[in-house]
Design a protein around this ligand. Structure first.
Ligand code: 13P
Length: 252
């Protein structure tokens, strides 16, 4: 808990885990969630949203969709809407993950439209921002964050529920975690950008760190006053490692 903000640990499973893996994972994580003061959110692939809904019903574990399209319904082959995710029981939508921006060419405007669609269906957008290695090496980290945050937030409704994840692209899946000092500097800056747009609401909005989070590095990250939790990829695929991240991170 930092400044009254409840810690949040989110598992972004990306395109991983099959039915039986998800069952085993939840057998292990539901008791962890019962004992934890932190909020735990899972992001399965959309084909397993209903399965996760069924397995987590009546528990403290929440879940969300990794991606949506912004239209409500229609001829959009292969897409799912925010309304469909909500209908499955999702609470969150990941918006603007770097893999969506870079592999699937999602623009800042698309990210905004998705975040707006999520809010319109009563879902909470978890918006990801972060600089590439080239931007970092060119000294453009803060400028990139400013553009990402201003584009993403300018058109969504101001809300204390919104969650931001700072995920430097060079740290994702590389084993190269940002130093706590660098992560805290970037995240404190993001909070100041939100303050420019939305005033003191900035103190209520949770900002997570993501990129090579492991049980061994989470405590130092969570000791930083502005880091409210983590968005975890690889280390969230295994329930023991996700549970260790929660245990090591939640009381810092
Ligand atoms: P890794 O934890 O595997 O680096 O992935 C981070 C991420 O992209 C979470 O959304």
């Amino acid at each position: 808990m930092h400044g009254g903000r409840r810690a949040l640990f989110a598992a972004n499973w990306k395109m991983n885990l099959l039915s039986s893996d998800i069952e085993d994972f939840l057998d292990d994580i539901i008791p962890v969630a019962r004992e934890s003061a932190a909020e735990l959110v899972l992001f399965p692939t959309s084909v397993y949203l209903q399965k996760v809904a069924r397995l987590t019903e009546g528990t403290e574990v929440k879940f969300g969709a990794q991606n949506i399209f912004w239209e409500r319904c229609g001829a959009y082959t292969g897409e799912i809407s925010a309304e469909m995710a909500a209908d499955c029981g999702a609470k969150y939508i990941l918006c603007g993950h770097s893999e969506r921006r870079h592999i699937f060419s999602e623009s800042a405007e698309m990210v905004t439209r998705k975040a707006r669609a999520a809010q319109a269906s009563g879902l909470i957008p978890l918006i990801c921002v972060g600089e590439t290695l080239a931007e970092r090496e060119a000294g453009e980290t803060l400028e990139t964050l400013r553009n990402d945050i201003f584009c993403s937030l300018a058109a969504v409704g101001a809300s204390a529920d919104l969650v931001i994840a700072y995920e430097p692209v060079w740290a994702i899946g590389t084993g190269q975690v940002a130093t706590p000092e660098d992560a805290e500097t970037a995240i404190a800056y993001i909070r100041e950008l939100i303050r420019e747009l939305w005033g003191d609401l900035a103190d209520e909005i949770r900002i997570l760190y993501g990129g090579s989070v492991k049980p061994e590095n989470i405590s130092d990250l969570m000791a930083c006053p502005n880091i409210d939790g983590a968005l975890i990829g690889g280390a969230s695929l295994d329930a023991d490692s996700f549970a260790a991240i929660i245990a090591n991170g939640e009381n810092c």
